[in-house]
Each structure stands twice: as structure tokens, then as C-alpha cells.
Write a protein that binds this ligand. Structure first.
Ligand SMILES: Cc1cc2nc3c(=O)[nH]c(=O)nc-3n(C[C@H](O)[C@H](O)[C@H](O)COP(=O)(O)OP(=O)(O)OC[C@H]3O[C@@H](n4cnc5c(N)ncnc54)[C@H](O)[C@@H]3O)c2cc1C
Ligand code: FES
Length: 281
């Protein structure tokens, strides 16, 4: 049995986190590929305060199977219309159940969780690097960059051409992009980091900042490139999670700090300066 000790009558969470569990209506859903779906959720509270890089932890069924919530990033937010969107790929039972929630039903959502990308005032250009579903939080970041008149360029890699989504959204924001595929079926043949390396010299890098999200091997390679070119680089990590707010210590990753050997992705992240993370190099 799990017992939560209540600090006060209104919340089971440490007060400084300001977390809420809300039941929000599913307004819309669109299949972007055969396995990737975008859902629009009516939520005045989170749409007003969410920041790019933060995430929600979603209860995907009415019973205890699966037991744990599933973490999903804020993908796009409309503060005026009071909704936010999530973008996810069906990879297991949890995401399958989430995808099958009927329109009009209410979804139980804990959030907003985690820290967020920081856009420094002197950022002259943002380099967005996405691998696979790493594109999800980068669209929200792109919205924010454009609203602050900061130009951005997207580098987006996938296994093959059928895995791409959201390209029209980046076109609408007038963000140029270059694509890479492992099998060469679209764009550059190779990894997105190799693609970035081929273009890097042609780009003005003064006050450029890299924002990356994708699988760990990609982020590990990105770390080497950022360090070699002395570019500031923030990455958003994805790990398996349970509580989502620092209580279970289930989301530890190795850090580069001797005094603090582990970072917890849900409470210290998910966004880190890439130099803080030890990817096993
Ligand atoms: C902060 C954060 C934000 C995320 N944002 C998104 C998002 O915006 N869109 C999205 O599609 N996904 C996102 N994810 C990943 C998402 O949470 C998992 O895909 C989801 O929990 C899988 O649940 P499932 O029940 O469908 O799969 P499961 O049955 O739990 O797992 C299926 C397989 O995938 C592996 N797996 C599950 N979760 C992860 C993970 N986090 N990292 C690596 N392997 C995993 C399992 O080991 C297993 O092999 C995010 C994860 C984190 C931590
Ligand atoms: S998921 Fe529980 S501490 Fe991070």
C-alpha cells in the first residue's frame, strides 16, 4: 500500500513545486504518421504557465494497469485559446491507451513538471537539433523563440522518411530545416549530428545556442560537437520515470559533478546544460 503524508489539505506535493492534478478534456487528435499522434487538451491552468521543456505526467487508464503515469512533453501551447498539445509515439501499452482515449473524455494530468529551456537575452540564433520524437518539445521552444524574434534553424533526424512529422509547423514559423535519415530515404544519409557538422561552417555561430532533444547516443555525440565548437548547449533528457516530481529517485542519470554524482531527470531536469551529464564517455 502507498501512503502519502499530506503536508496540507490541498496538496500531496512539496509546496514549492506548485503542482496540480487536473481532469482535462481531450479536444482533438490527429494522426501524423501511422504511430505518431498529436492530441489537443483543454487546460486553462497549464496553458498559461507551461514553459518549453516542461512536461506532464499522464494517467492513461481508469484502473491501475499500467500503474505508473506516462511523462509527455508540452509540444505546443496556445495561451489565448487555453489549450496545449502533446505529441507522442505509440511504443507500448501506456501510449496505446493514451492514443485510444475518445474525444471529449477527460484525461487525468499531473503537472507542470520539470525545469525548462533557458533562452539567454544575448541569444542571437538558436540551433534546434531533434532526433525522432525529440521534436516534440522543440516546437514549443520554436514558438517561444519566434515570439522573441530570435531566428532559429532546425536539424531533424529520423530512421527513415516515414517517421517525420511537424515539418509544416516549422515552415509556418518560417524556421528553415535540414533533414537526415539513417537509411538515406530523405535528406542527408547519416545521423543528424553528422548533418549538423556538414552545415556548421556555413552558419554564423556568434551567440548561437544549441537546444537538443533525442536519444542518448545522439545527445552524447552532440555533447562532443558542442564542446569542440565551444557552443553553449542545452539538452532535454528522456528516462524511464515513476513519480515525476522527485520522490522515488527512479530517474537518476550520471552527472559530471564529483560532489553530486547523480542528477534526477524529473526534478533537476529534464533540461540540462550538456556539460552536466555524463553519457558514459
Ligand atoms: C520528460 C519526458 C518527456 C517525454 N516526452 C515525450 C513526448 O513528448 N513524446 C513521446 O512520444 N514520448 C515522450 N517521452 C517518452 C514517453 O514517456 C514514453 O514513450 C512512454 O512513457 C512509454 O510508455 P508505454 O507504456 O507506451 O511504453 P512501455 O511499455 O512503458 O515501454 C515500451 C518500451 O519503450 C521503452 N521506454 C519506455 N519509456 C522510455 C523512455 N522514457 N526512454 C527510453 N525508452 C523508454 C521501454 O523500456 C520498453 O522497451 C518522454 C519521457 C520523459 C521522461
Ligand atoms: S521519477 Fe521519481 S524521482 Fe524522478
Amino acid at each position: 500500500m502507498v501512503i502519502f503524508y499530506m503536508r496540507d489539505k490541498s496538496s500531496i506535493f512539496p509546496p514549492k513545486l506548485n503542482l496540480k492534478i487536473l481532469n482535462c478534456e481531450l479536444l482533438d487528435k490527429t494522426w501524423l504518421t501511422t504511430t505518431i499522434i498529436r492530441q489537443r487538451i483543454d487546460c486553462k491552468e497549464f496553458s498559461q504557465i507551461a514553459q518549453p521543456g516542461q512536461f506532464v505526467n499522464i494517467k492513461v487508464s481508469d484502473n491501475f494497469i499500467p500503474l505508473l503515469r506516462r511523462p509527455i512533453s508540452f509540444h505546443r501551447v496556445n495561451r489565448q485559446q487555453a489549450w496545449f498539445e502533446i505529441l507522442f509515439q505509440i511504443i507500448g501499452k501506456g501510449t496505446e491507451l493514451l492514443a485510444n482515449i475518445p474525444l471529449g473524455d477527460r484525461i487525468n494530468i499531473l503537472g507542470p513538471l520539470g525545469n525548462h529551456f533557458i533562452i539567454p537575452d544575448n541569444c542571437a540564433h538558436a540551433i534546434l537539433i531533434a532526433g525522432g520524437l525529440g521534436i516534440a518539445p522543440l516546437l514549443f521552444l520554436a514558438q517561444e523563440l519566434i515570439s522573441r524574434n530570435i531566428p532559429a534553424t532546425l536539424f531533424f533526424g529520423n530512421k527513415s522518411s516515414e517517421n517525420f512529422c511537424c515539418l509544416n509547423d516549422f515552415e509556418e514559423l518560417q524556421i528553415p530545416y535540414s533533414l537526415a535519415t539513417d537509411d538515406g530515404s530523405l535528406g542527408f544519409k547519416g545521423t543528424v549530428i553528422d548533418l549538423f557538422l556538414t552545415k556548421q561552417k556555413q552558419m554564423s555561430q556568434s551567440h548561437s545556442i544549441i537546444f537538443g532533444c533525442g536519444p542518448n547516443p545522439m545527445l552524447q555525440k552532440l555533447k562532443r560537437v558542442a564542446e569542440a565548437s565551444k557552443l553553449h548547449c542545452q539538452v532535454s533528457l528522456e528516462t524511464m520515470m515513476a513519480c515525476g516530481f522527485g520522490a522515488c529517485l527512479g530517474c537518476a542519470v550520471n552527472s559530471t559533478s564529483a560532489s553530486e554524482p547523480y542528477k534526477y531527470v524529473c526534478k533537476d531536469g529534464p533540461v540540462f546544460n550538456v556539460s552536466e551529464i555524463n553519457f558514459g564517455e
